[in-house]
Design a protein around this ligand. Structure first.
Ligand code: 3HC
Ligand code: NAI
Length: 688
């Protein structure tokens, strides 16, 4: 087995190489190895300077997140940092790839720091529900001052070497291989060309009102406590170092035990687990992408592909829409440059072609259709693409339609896959990869490789009405509609769901997406609806019939005529009519009841989606809702949240609700099975 920490002596320089693939997380072996290496080099009378560098992709990507929640193993990371800082031999840390969290804490415990171009530096701990726990809250303020330290620590923002240099977090930027730079910079330390400091011995300027202002700024953060706790730790940096470190450690340990930490760490791993789908095939090399339709989705998808460096041809039959779409793409790209997502040089190189005819995409390696959501239109377009692009993989962006049926219209059904983007497609990170019965392994592998290039979170779904996300959303939207009909108000439900942590409530969301989308789905499914099941769509139907299609019509559940949208003033009368016709006596709902019904409907449908094999693992459903539907990240996702409630309590809730509506609130067999087996959803991840 390769040693995690290796020392090398070159003249008066002791090099410490860190090699814990893939990202040099500071796990137990790296920590122990680093302390042993420092001690060995310190005892060697010939060594006069020490340099640390990472082998592979990173310097150190932080503490080993997999160790959170397990019994700690000594030496702890703060001990490693203190030992490095206390070393009698001057040390320099050479940073490349990632110097994040504990990695940056190690770096600022060395006596000098040199960064290579492209390195990411930062304290992402709050994004995991914790605070820097190895001296970061004490050393960063000493090195760069309280305001800059607060900014980095409370936001988790990652910065590049130029900004780090201007803040004083690093001493210089050098180019070269990490080992070579380590050697030359250790020699620079010896020659007095690189200043050295003991960070913990620096004093911190009092910060006036900065800490209070930072607290005030964060006082509204729903459910998330780590940034506020981090401010408490930074506040202690104005006192003696030892006391500050003790305070930081106490807060760090508190944070480790919060549900917020558990949820955020689960979300971190869900993001990475979702994309791991064994296909047994190699992905196709994709350089040129065709997009059919330049409407809302087509222009967003084209933007996403252009941002990732693909050549894109957009085909739109309506010249006015094409011109509008090209302008929208241009604006999207300018916005991406402003947000730092694309460099100005890359923006200048972007190749976008617009065309009215499908013949223009003959050379595309992959073609994504985003035309109207109508089966016949989709089949015609896909057949045309199949004829025009002999080798290309074909993808449909359909939200609900049956991709197997589309595939049956093709000569080569194995070329078709679903790539379900979410609006706005250049911003939303979720991509549902819908695998039809005949989709080839190569098409699946290509879809996942594409998602990586687009920096999206790809989740595999099987074919089924609404796939994973929209199917589950339909169920909890029904629960919201029923509560509305039965007495709650639109704004109360939206506020309660925002209070739970969602970015938006269901009615605000529906107005944004356009009420016509779900209206079309209800009409399409009307013929197959079981008359024994309660219908939820009366109000939505009435709004659509009156032309109130949501934001695009400036009227939907809300009235958007003024800058501050208010509830549509016609709703009380419309609801009164529906209640009268359905003999409903409205009753009040508490916010807690709204949340409980909404989430229970979500979890129950998710259990059915799993049992039907539409989603392979609970963690995939969590990824869908975290990256596509605004589920609060700190709650980990619907399946992780379900486990915090416990399957037994969910079944008890459903049983109670069945007295009201035994169909809608039926207990999913999988949930009942979990209760019988005394297991949780998360146990199913490893079995899928
Ligand atoms: N601990 C454990 N595993 C980690 C890890 C970490 N800190 N960082 C990354 N990994 C794992 C990932 O889970 C993934 O594993 P997998 O291949 O089994 O799925 C593998 O390393 C590669 O990660 P990515 O797929 O994310 O690779 P990228 O190249 O896209 O990104 C990265 C690399 C920028 C380092 C990114 O992984 C990242 O941001 N990591 C997290 C950094 C972080 O949050 N550090 C702070 C940790 S908390 C801390 O340090 C506490 C301290 O204050 C005491
Ligand atoms: P849209 O109506 O904005 O755009 C569709 C475009 O396709 C129109 O501009 C139309 O002129 C064009 N078009 C139709 N037939 C064509 C043909 N034969 N050749 C070239 N262009 C043609 O619709 P939108 O919202 O962009 O939806 C497109 C698809 O994406 C639908 O399947 C929809 O279900 C799906 N989708 C929509 C989402 C949304 O939030 N709007 C989210 C995810 C998927």
């Amino acid at each position: 087995m390769t040693e995690v920490v290796v020392t090398e002596i070159i003249g008066a320089v002791g090099l410490i190489a860190l090699q814990n693939p893939p990202v040099n997380a500071a796990g137990a072996a790296l920590r122990a190895g680093l302390v042993a290496a420092i001690e060995t080099l310190e005892c060697d009378p010939d060594i006069r300077a020490i340099a640390l560098y990472g082998v592979g992709r990173s310097f150190i990507a932080g503490a080993d997140i997999k160790e959170f929640g397990k019994p700690p193993s000594e030496p702890l990371l703060p001990d490693v940092c203190n030992r490095l800082e206390a070393s009698t031999k001057p040390s320099v840390a050479v940073l490349h790839g990632a110097a994040l969290g504990g990695g940056l804490e190690v770096a600022i415990s060395a006596h000098a720091r040199v960064a290579l171009p492209g390195v990411q530096l930062g304290f992402p701990e709050v994004t995991l529900g914790i605070i820097p726990g190895a001296g970061g809250t004490q050393r960063a303020p000493r090195l760069i001052g309280i305001p800059a330290a607060l900014d980095l620590i409370t936001t988790g923002r990652r910065i590049g070497p130029e900004e780090a240099l201007s803040l004083g977090l690093i001493d210089r930027i050098e180019t070269g291989a990490p080992r070579e730079v380590a050697l030359t910079q250790a020699r620079a330390v010896l020659a007095g060309d690189l200043p050295r400091r003991v960070t913990g011995a620096l004093s911190v300027a009092q910060d006036g009102n900065g800490l209070a202002a930072a607290r005030a700024k964060l006082s509204n953060t729903k459910g998330v406590t780590a940034p506020l706790r981090a401010i408490d730790a930074v506040a202690a940096s104005t006192g003696p170092m030892a006391e500050g470190l003790a305070k930081e450690r106490a807060i760090f340990n508190d944070c480790l035990n919060t549900p917020e930490r558990a949820g955020l760490v689960h979300a971190f791993f869900a993001e990475r687990a979702a994309g791991k789908v064994p296909t047994g095939a190699k992905s196709r090399n994709v350089a040129h992408i065709g997009v059919i339709g330049a409407g809302t989705m087509g222009s967003g998808i084209a933007t996403a592909c252009l941002m990732a460096g693909f050549a894109v041809t957009v085909v739109e039959k309506d010249q006015t829409v094409l011109t509008k779409g090209q302008k929208a793409i241009g604006r999207n790209l300018d916005g991406a440059v402003k947000r730092g997502k694309v460099s100005a040089a890359a923006r200048a190189d972007i190749q976008l072609t617009g065309a009215a005819d499908i013949g223009a995409i003959g050379k595309a390696d992959l073609v994504i259709e985003a035309v109207f959501e109508e089966m016949d239109v989709k089949k015609t377009v896909l057949k045309e693409i199949e004829g025009s692009c002999p080798g290309a993989i074909l993808a449909t962006n359909t939200s609900y339609l049956d991709i197997n049926e589309m595939a049956r219209a093709l000569n080569a059904p194995e070329r078709l896959i679903g790539l379900h983007f979410f609006s706005p497609a250049h911003i939303m990170r979720l991509l549902e990869v819908v695998v039809a019965d005949r989709t080839s392994p190569e098409a699946i592998a290509t879809a996942f490789a594409l998602a990586k290039k687009l920096r999206k979170v790809a989740v595999a779904s099987q074919v089924g009405e609404g796939f994973i996300g929209n199917r589950i959303m339909s169920a909890y939207r029904k629960a919201a509609d029923f509560m509305l009909l039965d007495g709650a108000s639109v704004s109360q439900i939206d506020a309660a769901i925002r209070g739970f942590g969602f970015a938006m409530g269901p009615f605000e969301m529906a107005d944004l997406a356009g009420l016509d989308i779900s209206w079309a789905a209800r009409k399409r499914l009307a013929a197959t609806r079981d008359p024994a099941h309660r219908y939820h769509g009366d109000l939505g139907d009435a709004l659509c019939s009156a032309g109130a299609m949501g934001r695009k019509a400036a009227l939907g559940y809300y009235d958007y005529a003024s800058d501050a949208p208010k509830e549509n003033p016609k709703l009380p009368d419309m609801l009164a009519d529906i209640r009268h016709a359905q003999k409903i006596t409205p009753r009040p709902y508490s916010n807690d009841e709204i949340i409980a019904r909404y989430t229970t409907a979500m979890i129950a449908e998710a259990a059915r989606v799993l049992a039907d094999g539409i989603a392979a693992r609970p963690i995939d459903i969590d990824a869908v809702f975290l990256f596509g539907y605004g589920f609060p990240r700190w709650r980990g996702g619907p399946m992780f949240f379900a486990d915090t409630l416990g399957p037994a309590s969910l079944v008890a809730h459903l049983t109670q609700l069945q007295t009201e509506d035994r169909h809608f609130w039926a207990t999913p067999p999988l949930l009942a099975q979990l209760v019988r087996d005394n297991r949780q959803f998360m146990h199913l991840n490893s079995e899928a």
